[in-house]
Design a binder for this molecule. Structure first.
Ligand code: HEM
Ligand SMILES: [Cu+2]
Length: 660
């Protein structure tokens, strides 16, 4: 029985090759376009993007709750909120969740939703693989968090889980096994996602959309996906080595058997430092879209913006050992990595100056999205500057493993990445959901977040320089650390108030929109520049009625505006005359499928089997096999998946292949 290669043609082949020969065990596809089945079986990049976003927001509240427990424990000397062992588990899971289950998937939400729209495509290159990425991320995240209830507690080794501390001698519970296997599962999700998005950007661009006409957001995402593609294999090797040490008695990090635990540190940070750019560059891309729109000016120095992102992507591979200045790697290495780290501040500085130059002389509208964008520029600059102080190795020897470092990475990851993601939410909410988030509530959310953030993490600079180590469960009253710890804990509740207001805003904006009869915000509510604003809101399932032909960078803007002799923008066309109508006649879309979910569901079982009882691997392996079998045998496209169905499949095929 021949296995036919179908996936790449999903968007192009009109006719299912052998639909009538569906063998036993192939799940029939859902016929409805709405309801839970349409979400569970979706291969639509927009729906997958929204699912990433909702899941990441949920995990943000989980990790936020863990952070609140940490702050309650440290609000007073000799705290008793968390035992020392539980404290180790809580900060480990807080860090791991925020990095792998919040910031990364939230950025993936924007990438999935926006990349095909910004390059002028109908979907990503491999829609079913895209769904698989999402389900692997979700199941990997849930699997990791079940460590709280099955197996003796969460991983307790810190988010970078140094050996030999992470070995079975010092971490005897199953926690670290959840860490290694959970991150292996989410790692597969990110690797597949990276391949999908890279191929989408390089192969599915609309006619005329040359690389240097792509929006900065798309460029930053391309750099991020490349970083993922090359860095994930490194951490994957490290995780496998640790798994073999823990589950099969290998000795990759066992000093007694001649191993060197520094190997873990090198492997972790060769991944770990590019990882911090994987966390921040998506937000850099978001604010590079938001700031020009609300300054009514094109981004300043587009080529510099793009090349500084690429430079960061490359230079990010040459600085990893700045995390190991105190690990005894020797003065030569320390000096080299110190220098390389100072250099990487240059392309980052270029971005900050370009955002400010874009705002300079602009007609700025301080919408909530713009406030969060400006918040990123200000807070990230503070984090960047403390980062430069770390690059001076002698100073870092004082700062490393103290709260000064905790302050630094929260200013770049919360103050940078997270604030940028919120800016994106307020900006693209009308495009994704057909209504605005309330601006008044949004601005209150912003101010609570920025004040709470600085109250929480500002004092940590002082605590760190006063000598407070990170990862300590408590301290003495005589240490003189109580006041600023109290301020930091108070700050967390201000952040929490801001986040509850955000949740309220989501619900109340939807309700008032519904009550007002679902008024449409229009395709281009902010008067924007890129292609996603040239189609209706919310984005129709088929994206574009016809694939646009692009003639310039900011092509959509130039369809609306020309320039007068002073270079000022003058309207040349009404928006409604240059946006598409949302007519799906003859458009051909990939069909939904349950198999990405089925395949992904097998992996957690294999994980539990490796930790607890190998018998559990059997149902896991069967699910994976069923997933692969069904995936191979389900017809790539159901005939009735044509919208408006006036065009012939051949016509649709003809249109699609014109853009590759
Ligand atoms: C919601 C507000 C947040 C609060 C109150 C908070 C608080 C903290 C505190 C107090 C620690 C230090 C624990 C210790 O060393 O004992 C910590 C660690 C950490 N936080 Fe946050 N954090 C927050 C948000 C974030 C965000 C958005 C990220 C983004 C990635 C993040 C990533 C981390 C990481 C990676 C660690 C290191 C954990 C470890 O040492 O293994 N946090 N956080
Ligand atoms: Cu680093």
């Amino acid at each position: 029985m021949a296995i036919v290669e179908r996936e790449p043609l999903a968007l192009t082949t009109g006719e299912p090759s052998n639909g009538s020969l569906e063998p036993l065990g192939v799940l029939a596809r859902p016929s409805t376009k709405t309801g839970w089945r349409s979400w569970v079986s979706t291969v639509d990049h927009k729906k997958i993007g929204i699912m990433y976003g909702v899941t990441a927001l949920f995990f943000f509240f989980v990790a936020g709750f863990e952070a609140t427990l940490i702050r309650l424990q440290l609000a007073q000397p000799n705290g008793t909120v968390l035992s020392a062992d539980l404290y180790n588990q809580v900060f480990t899971m807080h860090g791991v969740t925020m990095v792998f289950l919040v910031i990364m998937p939230m950025a993936a939400a924007f990438a999935n939703y926006l990349l095909p729209l910004q390059v002028g495509a109908r979907d990503v290159a491999f829609p079913r693989l895209n769904a698989l990425s999402f389900w692997l991320f979700l199941f990997g995240g849930v699997f990791l968090n079940t460590s709280w209830v099955i197996g003796g507690g969460g991983p307790d080794c810190g988010w970078f889980c140094y050996a030999p501390n992470s070995g079975v001698v010092f971490s005897p519970t199953a926690g670290v096994d959840y860490y290694t296997l959970g991150l292996l599962i989410t790692g597969v999700a990110s690797s597949i996602g990276a391949i999908n998005l890279i191929v989408t950007v390089l192969n599915l661009r609309a006619p005329g959309m040359s690389l240097f006409r792509m929006p900065v957001f798309t460029w930053m995402q391309l750099v991020v996906q490349m970083l993922l593609l090359f860095s994930l294999p490194v951490i994957t090797v490290a995780l496998f080595l640790l798994t073999f040490d823990r589950l099969f008695g290998a000795n990759f990090f066992n000093v007694a058997q001649g191993a060197d635990p520094l190997l873990w540190q090198h492997l972790f940070w060769i991944f770990g430092h590019p990882e911090v750019y994987i966390l921040i560059l998506p937000s850099f891309g978001i604010v590079s879209e938001v700031i020009p729109v609300f300054s009514r000016k094109p981004i300043y120095g587009y080529p510099f913006m793009v090349f500084s992102g690429i430079a960061i992507g490359f230079m990010g591979w040459g600085v990893w050992a700045h995390h190991m200045f105190a690990s005894g790697i020797g003065p030569i290495s320390v000096a080299a990595f110190s220098l390389a780290t100072m250099f990487i501040a240059v392309p980052t500085g270029v971005k900050i100056l370009n955002w400010m130059a874009t705002m300079w002389g602009g007609r700025i509208r301080f919408t909530t999205a713009m406030l969060f964008a400006v918040g990123l520029v200000a807070m990230f600059t503070i984090g960047g500057l403390s980062g430069v102080t770390h690059s001076v190795a002698p100073a870092d020897t004082q700062q490393t493993d103290t709260y000064y470092i905790v302050a630094h990475f929260h200013y770049v990851l919360f103050g940078g990445a997270l604030l940028g993601l919120f800016s994106g939410m307020y900006f693209w909410w009308p495009k994704a959901f057909g209504h605005f988030l309330d601006e008044k509530l949004g601005k209150a959310h912003f101010w609570l977040m920025i004040i709470g953030f600085n109250l929480t993490f500002g004092p940590m600079h002082i605590l760190g320089l006063q000598g407070m180590s990170r990862r300590i469960q408590t301290y003495q009253a005589t240490d003189g650390l109580t006041f600023w710890n109290r301020v930091a804990t108070f700050g967390v509740f201000v952040i929490a108030a801001g986040m509850l207001l955000f949740l309220y805003n989501i619900g109340s904006s939807y309700r008032s929109w519904k009550a007002a009869g679902r008024p449409n915000p229009g395709a281009d509510p902010w008067d924007s520049r890129s292609l996603e604003w040239s189609i209706p809101s919310p984005t129709p399932e088929h994206n574009f009625d016809t694939i646009p032909t692009v003639r310039a960078a900011d092509d959509f803007w130039h369809r609306k505006y020309g320039e007068d002799e002073h270079g000022r923008a003058v309207r040349i066309a009404a928006t409604e005359d240059v946006v598409q109508k949302g007519d799906a006649t003859g458009v051909h879309l990939p069909s939904p499928s349950y198999y990405p979910l089925v395949l992904a569901a097998g992996l957690p079982f294999i994980g539990y089997g490796l930790i607890f009882n190998l018998l559990l691997v059997i149902p896991g392996a069967l699910l994976v096999l069923w997933g692969v079998y069904g995936w191979a045998y389900e017809p790539s496209t159901e005939p009735d998946d044509h919208h408006g169905d006036h065009g012939t499949a051949a016509a649709a095929h003809e249109e699609e292949t014109s853009v590759g």
